[in-house]
Design a protein around this ligand. Structure first.
Ligand SMILES: Nc1ncnc2c1ncn2[C@@H]1O[C@H](COP(=O)(O)OP(=O)(O)OP(=O)(O)O)[C@@H](O)[C@H]1O
Length: 227
């Protein structure tokens, strides 16, 4: 479902005399349906950079990223948007939303984008908000003023509302208490059971051990160690 081959990435710092930072060369990994793979490696080794390339936020310098058979390297923005709508879910650490949109709509939006009826999308969103212990009185309010942990749970609800075949998780349990962390781990297990291919960054070792089938150390892709 996720196939990365011979991937390279450099950043050119145009505002710093054109300095070039090569983060990755020869990166390769795959994630099969029903599998959860964790990215590890020391701080600055390129975990987030790899994740952002797989999400289509960062341009690839060389190599290939295929998601459910679709090549992302050099893909048109329209193709990336279609992939994100249908196939590729992403839960980041930080919620980014338009102001004044009620939480329940924020969560239901990925389903609405797929043409799911409003009542069905809302019911599914409410179910996830309930499971993630967001108080009902908050559902009609914008999440912009919510606490860090509440915002993260809204983000998780939004990421899991559609059964995406591929899921990218960037620290999904980072600021959660034990009870909510257990809910998120259940959601990940359920997604694996329905055949989702999941790639995640988990600094929380206990969470990582609970859900990951394999680990890939990104340090092995840094140029000094690349073959
Ligand atoms: N937009 C950017 N412009 C320039 N350099 C960048 C950019 N994004 C990342 N980098 C560089 O790429 C390297 C890898 O960063 P990245 O955030 O991917 O590491 P990480 O493994 O996720 O680190 P951490 O565990 O600390 O979050 C760093 O040296 C960073 O400075």
């Amino acid at each position: 479902m996720i196939a990365v081959e011979n991937l390279s990435k450099s950043f050119v710092l145009h505002n710093q005399g054109g300095a070039v930072i090569t983060v990755m060369a020869g990166a390769a990994l795959h994630v099969d349906p029903g599998e959860c793979v964790g990215l590890t490696g020391q701080s600055g080794s390129g975990k987030s950079t790899l994740m952002r390339m797989i999400h289509g936020n960062y341009r690839v310098c060389g190599g290939s990223i295929r998601i459910a058979g679709v090549e992302l390297a050099g893909a048109e923005p329209r193709a990336v948007m279609a992939l994100r709508r249908d196939t590729l879910g992403y839960v980041s650490q930080f919620l980014r939303v338009l102001p004044r949109v009620p939480t329940v709509q924020v969560v239901a939006e990925p389903l609405r984008a797929l043409g799911v009826a409003q009542e069905v999308a809302q019911a599914r969103a409410e179910c996830l908000l309930w499971r993630l212990n967001i108080p009902r009185r908050l559902w009609s309010l914008s999440p912009t003023t919510f606490s860090g942990g509440e915002q993260q749970r809204v983000n998780i609800a939004r990421g899991f509302v559609h059964p995406f075949p591929v899921l990218l998780l960037d620290e999904p349990t980072a600021s959660l208490d034990a009870q909510n962390r257990a809910v998120v781990l259940s959601l990940i297990h359920e997604a694996k059971a329905r055949g989702a291919a999941i790639l995640g960054i988990f600094h929380d070792a206990e969470a990582r051990d609970a859900v990951c089938d394999r680990l890939v150390d990104v340090t092995g892709f840094t140029p000094a160690r690349a073959t």
